[in-house]
Design a protein around this ligand. Structure first.
Ligand code: FEO
Length: 402
């Protein structure tokens, strides 16, 4: 049975949810599922905004057919060519042989790489930045936003109802539970962590390109944002823009301490817990502690984007850095994390090198301030080292309270 919702009188959500997939991109855990959004615009001409992932193929196609209610489909707008949004293009072409596919030159290049759809040249409408397409009372204006999140990505602004079809931008992990609008859910409580984890891990590397897109779209009067994942925004858009502003400029969202530790036998973990308690005693309220061996790297990344201060605590392993910590740190570097204050704590029973290795990676990143006070354990925390740990806690707390 079809399962759709109206975004406005003429714009319909025709997407679907996947609550079975364990790993998005076969990498990122999605315990709350994920939605693949697609939208139909009904006017003198009809338009479908992107398609969907194969996992929801039949639901998606039924939804499209229901909303079109016997009408033909005139245009399929392809804002993004990643397979979670374009896998049903061939199905749509088969169902609606007259449909025109609208994309930019790169869209069609990538489409040809992924799929063999016959007669592509006859049905392709190649658009450039600033081009428009009239549907009747609705006008679609196309804006190129490369690398948010792939090079072919464009967004489409519908001028009469002031709706931005934003592709991956402003999306989030999480299935939509009937409530598809931001004003029907408690986003801050139930969705923000997934939204941050989605942005930082999927688009985090491309902050400069996200900034360019924000500036480019800044002059538009946007009343509704329809992303390809997660809720549709029809209120409180400045809240969402503020989050994107922080994430894309690598500005900490909160004055907070995130302690990421790796620990083989619990001794480095003990030092992490003692440091957290010392910080709390000094009045720091926003502290989060994660074991890098049992916390997915995507959550460590997300939390590192949120917090102003990061403590990395890890043992030395095979003369190098504990592998789980190395994974987190290299991912931080790959995703371009910048502008953080970092404290280092290492552990080694005979030849400790972990801090040196962590520092070497941090030095290749932009504007990462490593505190001079570091703590080096020999197997376990001892009385003599409590003073230096206390000094480190004071230094972090002073930074936090500024
Ligand atoms: Fe949801 Fe970049 O695809």
């Amino acid at each position: 049975m079809y399962c759709t919702r109206k975004v406005t009188d003429s714009i319909h959500w025709v997407g679907g949810n996947d609550r079975r997939l364990a790993l998005f991109e076969n990498l990122f855990p999605i315990p709350n599922g994920v939605s693949y959004n697609s939208y139909v615009i009904l006017d003198e001409k009809t338009a479908l905004m992107d398609t969907a992932d194969p996992s929801i193929r039949s639901q998606f196609l039924e939804n499209v057919q229901h909303v079109l209610n016997g009408r033909s489909l005139d245009y399929l707008i392809v804002n993004h060519m990643e397979p979670d949004h374009c896998s049903a293009i061939a199905d749509i072409v088969n169902l609606y042989p007259e449909v025109k596919l609208v994309g930019n030159a790169k869209t069609f290049q990538i489409m040809g790489q992924f799929y063999s759809i016959s007669d592509l040249s006859d049905r392709s409408v190649v658009v450039k930045d600033g081009d428009t397409l009239e549907l009747g009372s609705h006008t679609l204006a196309f804006s190129m936003t490369p690398m948010v999140h792939w090079p072919e990505v464009m967004v489409t602004y519908e001028t009469s109802e002031k709706v931005l079809f934003s592709a991956d931008a402003f999306g989030t992990f999480g299935a939509l539970n009937g409530n598809i609008f931001n004003d029907e859910i408690n986003f801050d409580r139930d969705w923000l962590n997934d939204a941050r984890r989605y942005y930082t891990n999927i688009v985090g590397k491309f902050g400069a390109q996200v900034q360019s897109a924000i500036k480019k779209l800044g002059s538009l009067d946007i009343q509704i944002i329809c992303p390809l994942h997660g809720p549709v925004w029809r209120s409180d858009i400045p809240y969402l823009l503020d989050k994107y502003q922080h994430w894309s400029t690598y500005t900490p969202e909160e004055q907070a301490v995130v302690i990421l530790y790796g620990s083989m036998y619990g001794n480095t973990e003990n030092a992490a817990n003692v440091l957290a308690s010392m910080l709390a005693e000094k009045g720091v309220k926003n502290i989060a502690v994660y074991d890098v061996s049992s916390t997915h790297v995507s959550q460590c990344i997300s939390e590192s984007f949120r917090a102003s201060h990061i403590v990395l605590a890890a043992p030395t392993y095979n003369g190098g850095l504990y592998p789980a910590m190395e994974h987190v740190l290299l991912d931080m570097k790959a995703l371009n994390l910048q502008n953080r204050t970092v404290a280092l704590l290492d552990n080694g029973s005979w030849a400790s090198t972990a801090s040196k290795q962590m520092k070497a990676i941090l030095e290749t990143m932009k504007n990462m301030t490593v505190l001079e006070t570091g703590v080096s354990l020999k197997s376990s925390l001892n009385d003599a080292q409590m003073e230096v740990l206390e000094a480190l806690a004071s230094q972090i707390a002073e930074g936090i309270c500024q």
